[in-house]
Design a protein around this ligand. Sequence first.
Ligand code: G3I
Length: 366
Amino acid sequence: MEIDRRAFARALIAPLVVLPATTPAAAVALRDLVPGGWLIGVAINQNQSDGRDAIAVDLVTTHFNAISPENLLKFQSVQPQPGAFTFDAQDRYVAFGRDRGMAVIGHTLVWHSQTPAWVWAGRDGGLADRATMLERMRTHITTLVGRYKGQIRGWDVVNEALNDDGTLRDSPWRRGIGDDYIAQAFAFARQADPGAELYYNDYNLATRPEKRAGAIRIIRDLQQRGLRIDAVGEQGHWRLESPTTLEIDQAISDLRATGLKVMVTELDVNLLPQAGPPTRGQPPPGSNPYENGLPDDVQQALAKRYADAFRVFLKHRDDITRVTFWGVSDGDSWLNRGRANHPLLWDRQRQPKPAFDEVAKVLMAK
Ligand code: G3I
């Protein structure tokens, strides 16, 4: 067969010459661009950890070195009924990450949401007493953390324990056990896997200085009790304008001043207006502006937003240990909820967006 030698030579050099300059998206993997020692993570759903969503699996495998379970390790997924632990899909999630050499994150042990009512229920229909609730907490943590001992890198031990004003949220955990429920959870987790990293995780720590102060009080209390806590997670459910880069910068500095490492654990950028509940199954009028796609100016604003955020993260490269996106692509995001949101780096067709290119560029220039 006759070979067109010039075409052959062009084909050989084309990817080398053209791709890195014009389409970093096609040529780079985020995990290769982040500072040494950093984890760059993504939350995955069960379709992904079970391998059914092949395109997403490919993106996760290529670009990330850490995974978080979007829902699988929450209380209601693991122990929906007293003592009835389910571990099949959970085992596959852990194997997914370990097979790929990734850091596998556990989310979350103690939270007021996605926790079945029986956990807090007393015999008389009221709240369980302290001893009963503590025992349920201990059993849950010991069984779950113990099962993945040495396999899960770190746990969000307590999630969202604070109100926006920095006071402790009046969750059933707190009402049943008392303010020390947080310390108890950290102590149980430590006993179950002394090698696992333990985290406190919350949102609005950048936008609300008073809430951040509350998180710092929780951290100091754990430290004074001599309990293990390794890092604090600001979830990073952000919008285009809020928090400002200055606020992000300040939050990282303040949290780091506790001596803990800082993580951005659930990063996404909500582009939709606040909206009331759907009427007759439809989003309220005007609340779904990007149903048919993202206009170019918003697409560029999102790209700039991510680039600015990553510049701040890089400024704090020695303070931050992990940045995790809350979902693979726009279609996967919890932020859709009946509308079309566009909060992540890959679009609904699983194509990289300008935001991906900008993040890659910022990381490449570091
Ligand atoms: O699995 C059921 C399915 O069987 C049912 O048909 C369907 C009908 O609504 O619901 C499905 O469960 C949903 C579940 O996600 C799995 O998709 C729940 O309704 C829904 O409420 C749940 O939302 C999750 C949310 O946490 C619950 O609070 C989101 O996926 C998840 O992304 C989100 O993650 C949280 C973090 O854990 C903590 N920080 C905030 C973050 C965003 O809310």
